[in-house]
Design a protein around this ligand. Structure first.
Ligand code: AHR
Length: 307
């Protein structure tokens, strides 16, 4: 019989989901929690299977997570490295396994750039510069301006770059003095504790607090009030992130300015993963756009923030 078409129905081959292993560094701040949420939601929306591990601020736990992703033969690995150093050996293991690696939010400092495909996140150096510019504009007096700095996690990309950007901008102002700079791990509790110790040692000499994130600034506000000074008035406060809670304090005049750092990186990450799997090449650096907010804008923005 000629021209007989076989019409037997054949099940389409099941489409295998892309599997992404993500090593989140911790849950130390409101920013971090918003970042985690954004990644989970974006993975769900993009139909990407997310294997998520939280390292509780431990680099060793991040190594364990990465090794387990290699064992699971995930398609792509993404990491938010807690600190910059010490990554080269583990990233070589990832490369040997033939799994592409994306850095998200923070950078691992490696001598071989082929160990990662792209780095997606904020320009922390620019954030530090923006904070410095705000302080210079705000403090026009020629008198000595005593500054204290709450640094985030020692050795982390945002702490290194925010500190450098800030210093590069204020360095030409001889009357600006950084009295003390100490790590407070990006947490509310440490921010309060370290600010308390600054106040005990230097009290009235402090005119400006530069905090590397909102959680530490919120803790510091409590310490300043308990010490009997007025945050935002006796001590000018500039912070980084732009969380809703910080905006509430800014609307009350207790924080003077916030440099935005956007945690909502989930959609950027999923887009990068999809493009990688489709064989497209990605730029080595993907920077997220960000603004600066001051007290006058705070009221209109409170409640509108997504994190
Ligand atoms: O790496 C981004 C920083 O990490 C955010 O500014 C801070 O809040 C977080 O913990």
């Amino acid at each position: 019989v000629k021209n007989v078409v076989n019409l037997t129905y054949q099940e389409p081959a099941p489409v295998r989901k892309i599997v992404l292993g993500f090593s989140q560094l911790g849950s130390e701040s409101a920013w971090r929690n918003a970042n985690t949420m954004s990644i989970r939601e974006a993975a769900e929306e993009a139909g990407i299977e997310l294997h998520f591990e939280n390292a509780d601020q431990s680099q060793t736990k991040q190594f364990e997570a990465i090794r387990s992703f290699i064992k699971q033969k995930v398609d792509v690995i993404a990491i938010a490295p807690v600190i910059e150093s010490g990554w080269e050996p583990i990233l070589k293991e990832v490369k040997q396994a033939g799994i592409p690696l994306i850095m998200l939010d923070r950078l691992a400092n490696v001598s071989d750039p082929s160990l990662y495909v792209t780095y997606i996140g904020s320009d922390f150096y620019e954030e530090g510069r923006k904070a410095g510019k705000y302080v210079i504009d705000k403090m026009s007096s020629k008198d000595n301006i005593g500054i204290v700095e709450l640094v985030g996690t020692e050795g982390s990309t945002p702490s290194i770059a925010r500190g450098k950007g800030f210093r590069d901008v204020i360095k030409d102002r001889a009357n600006f003095k950084i009295l003390k700079s100490e790590p407070a791990d990006f947490t509310f509790e440490q921010g309060k504790k370290v600010m308390k110790s600054f106040l005990t040692k230097m009290g009235g000499e402090i005119r400006v607090l530069y905090s590397h994130n909102d959680d530490m600034a919120l803790g510091a506000i409590e310490a300043i009030e308990e010490y009997g000074l007025r945050p935002g008035k006796d001590i000018i406060i500039i912070s980084v992130d732009g969380t809703n809670k910080a905006f509430e304090k800014m609307a009350q005049g207790k924080i003077n300015s916030v440099v935005e750092c956007n945690p909502l990186l989930g959609p950027n990450l999923m887009q990068a993963v999809n493009e990688l799997i489709q064989g497209r090449s990605l730029p080595k650096r993907i920077v997220t756009p960000e603004s600066v907010f001051t007290e006058t804008m705070a009221e209109a923005e409170v409640g509108k923030r997504k994190y």
